[in-house]
Write a protein that binds this ligand. Structure first.
Ligand code: SAH
Length: 399
């Protein structure tokens, strides 16, 4: 059983919790010093001891926990978790019945009522990700609830917590059921992906870019030369090639990206030899491309929100304008830049400002063709817009 404690909300924060704000912050609580262990259930009361909401203590980024319910008598037990999981599944019924896409998010943290927890579906296998020691303290009940709520081939888990927010590489991420073949081949809009459920922090594909990949394949790739930067396993390149791009070039500095990208091409019957895969720092590649007078019809920019390489530190909030300027210079006139970011510390308006600034500094003209945010399965709360982190803009370079 998890411990339970009553805490008092500072007056000026009462309304926010009352109105459904889900993230518990330390500065909003008078007597936070009384809580010691992550996983403790905290009842947040107003200054007259009236119950407002119930949550749990779990450190994640700058937050200290998440609200779980506004009902005083609702117990946080297996049946609570079953209710949450079942309602998340209901919301995604159309995903379960779609034969062309067999991979999607089933449970998206606070968007589905429990911050710090995500569950993804990979063709019958479920992957549970724990984002704090606090949520991991509910592990037994949550896994039991999942087992009782779904039919599964197998269940895997990843722990995304320690003091630095780094992934804890367990010897084994397998929980129960049957083990998945490795790689597990799943489908996204009829294309194949090779997934590794038990090989480090990342399984091989970022599910939140599904609509963007499809759009590139179906509307932008045909007959075009494509540069995919920060390409990881080359998912955007695969979709561009499937959409009849004349050639794709994938650039990532991780050594593993070469074999991973080759694999994704070959399971989609794309001739690997006719594609370029380059293991290098993107910023060096831009210099090389300018020197060699290389240019592209479609350039994908999908950097991490923060990264450090040998020579460069990149922070999306500080350096996206610079990144865009590099890309603009090697994009053909009439070509398209797909600018993407998952940084949650700035919003779409700010991102559009970066785009405007980059073109202005180069005296260039552009038009915005379309924009994307998170897809339906990455459910977000109206009361917590920070959760809607993905921003993707298709920019046409006009002149
Ligand atoms: N666009 C990818 C996901 C990118 S993940 C997709 O759609 O799947 C971020 C990637 O950026 C990682 O693979 C990392 O190795 C790479 N990376 C980080 N800094 C880099 C740099 N300076 N140059 C090239 N790649 C970099």
């Amino acid at each position: 059983m998890n411990k339970e404690i009553n805490l008092t909300i500072k007056p000026r924060y009462i309304k926010a919790y009352h109105d459904g704000y889900p993230l518990i912050t330390k500065e909003s609580i008078v007597d936070w010093n009384r809580v010691s262990d992550e996983g403790t259930i905290v009842n947040l009361l107003d200054d007259r001891k009236k119950f407002i909401v119930k949550g749990y203590y779990g450190k994640q980024n700058k937050g200290y926990g998440w609200v779980l319910t506004s009902k005083k008598d609702e117990n946080i037990d297996v049946s609570y978790f079953i209710r949450k999981i079942k309602s998340a599944i209901k919301y995604r019924e159309d995903f379960y019945s779609n034969k062309n896409t067999t991979v999607f998010r089933v449970f998206n943290g606070e968007g589905d009522g429990i911050g710090g927890l995500t569950i993804d579906y990979f063709n019958g296998f479920y992957l549970v990700t724990w984002y704090s020691i606090g949520i991991y303290a509910f592990k037994e009940d949550i896994l039991e609830a999942l087992r009782r709520s779904v039919e599964y081939k197998g269940i895997y888990q990843k722990k995304r917590f320690d003091t630095k927010g780094q992934y804890l590489d367990d010897a084994d991420d397998f929980v129960c059921g049957n083990r998945a073949e490795s790689p597990l081949i799943v489908k996204e809009n009829r294309a194949n992906f090779a997934i590794y459920l038990d090989d480090g922090a990342m399984v091989g594909v970022f599910l939140d870019q599904r609509e963007v990949r499809k759009t590139i394949r179906d509307k932008y790739a045909k007959g075009k030369t494509v540069l995919n930067t920060f390409s990881y396993t080359g998912a955007f390149s695969v979709f561009a090639a499937l959409g009849a791009a004349t050639k794709t070039t994938s650039v990532d500095l991780a050594n593993r990206s070469r074999s991973k990208t080759q694999e994704q091409f070959s399971i989609n019957n794309i001739d690997v030899e006719s594609q370029d895969i380059i293991v290098e720092d993107v910023f060096n590649y831009f210099k090389y491309a300018v020197r060699k007078k290389l240019s592209f019809d479609l350039v994908v920019l999908d950097p991490p929100s923060f990264a450090r390489s040998k020579k460069h530190t990149f922070s999306a909030a500080k350096d996206y304008v610079k990144l865009l300027k590099e890309a603009i210079q090697i994009t053909n006139k009439g070509g398209v830049i797909v600018a993407s970011t998952n940084a949650s510390n700035f919003d779409m308006q700010k991102f559009r400002d970066f785009i405007s600034k980059a073109f202005k500094e180069l005296n260039g003209e552009y038009s915005i063709e379309e924009t994307f945010s998170l897809p339906k399965d990455f459910r977000v709360m109206d009361k917590f817009r920070e959760g809607d982190y993905l921003k993707v803009v298709f920019i046409r370079k006009v002149g």
